[in-house]
Design a protein around this ligand. Structure first.
Ligand code: BTN
Length: 262
């Protein structure tokens, strides 16, 4: 990452204006959370060339080889109540998908709640965490991992067939600096929008970019697995699934894995 280039491209007011840039960390989410409890400023971004213990959802890892992706976490201190924090996950997905499509000339889609897929393969993973107490949200950390230059042969065996990288798919030339600057700008706009008017318009944008709705899905929860059709998301960002018997259930992000079955 070329610092000067990034600084000159960054058009935000506060998001990313403080950048903690490291060659190698265990996990940028972990570093951001540590800095968060030490009063790190609103809008801090932690970016690393490499992570040796990148964290994924549901206790999984995240492959983050040196210089081959954008591995970063943003920390912000929004005016929401803690119950609203999960909505930030969908908001981040909408911001990242929009920025990638614009800068790279691709048609990436969001798989509920916040994976970004290209040609049905995983391009981006997003891991949101928060620090809250007694009804007060201290900060949210959103970790974003984008495979920009990971070669197919680099990916570990277990993700080789389900992961994809931008460099083979982009129809426009782009640098990591430009992509990061665009994502941060899009995210800043959305955070301010959510604080001012709530999440409904952001969710509307999310709906336009998702590949999950109106599809048959398999929901793998901790204690049961079932099939149904993904109908919509509700005002909280939960997925509404109509089961085979016609009963509608709400699926909470974080506890489940969903698979498209068509
Ligand atoms: C997923 O399982 O899909 C979420 C993956 C999130 C990976 C990113 S990379 C930057 C940040 N730091 C981490 O340790 N994880 C997130």
């Amino acid at each position: 990452m070329i610092h000067q280039k990034f600084n000159s491209l960054l058009k935000t007011k506060w998001l990313g204006q403080n950048l903690c840039y490291e060659e190698c960390v265990d996990s940028t989410n972990k570093v951001a959370k540590q800095l968060g409890v030490k009063n790190a400023p609103n809008g801090l971004v932690v970016l690393a060339e490499e992570q040796n213990a990148g964290k994924g959802r549901l206790g999984r890892g995240w492959f983050s080889p040196k210089g081959k992706g954008l591995w970063f976490s943003v920390l912000f201190r929004p005016k929401f109540v803690p119950e609203e924090a999960p909505k930030c996950t969908l908001m981040a997905a909408a911001a990242v998908a929009k920025a990638i499509n614009k800068i790279c000339g691709v048609d990436a889609k969001i798989k509920w709640p916040n994976d970004i897929l290209l040609n049905n393969k995983k391009l981006v993973g997003i891991l949101s965490e928060m620090n809250a107490e007694y009804g007060k949200l201290n900060f949210v950390v959103i970790g974003i991992g984008i495979n920009t230059n990971v070669d197919k042969s680099d990916f570990p065996d277990d993700v080789k067939d389900i992961a994809i990288s931008l460099h083979t798919e982009a129809t426009k030339e782009f640098g990591r600096e430009l992509l990061l600057a665009e994502i941060l700008q899009e995210l800043e706009i959305k955070i301010e929008q959510a604080e001012k008017e709530g999440f409904e318009n952001i969710f509307q944008e999310w709906r336009q970019m998702t590949c999950t709705l109106n599809k048959d899905v398999k929901v793998i929860a901790q204690d049961e697995t079932y099939f149904g059709r993904a109908i919509d998301i509700d005002a909280g960002g939960m997925l509404i699934v109509e089961r085979k018997d016609g009963k509608r259930v709400k699926v909470v992000a974080g506890d489940v894995s969903i698979r498209s079955v068509n």
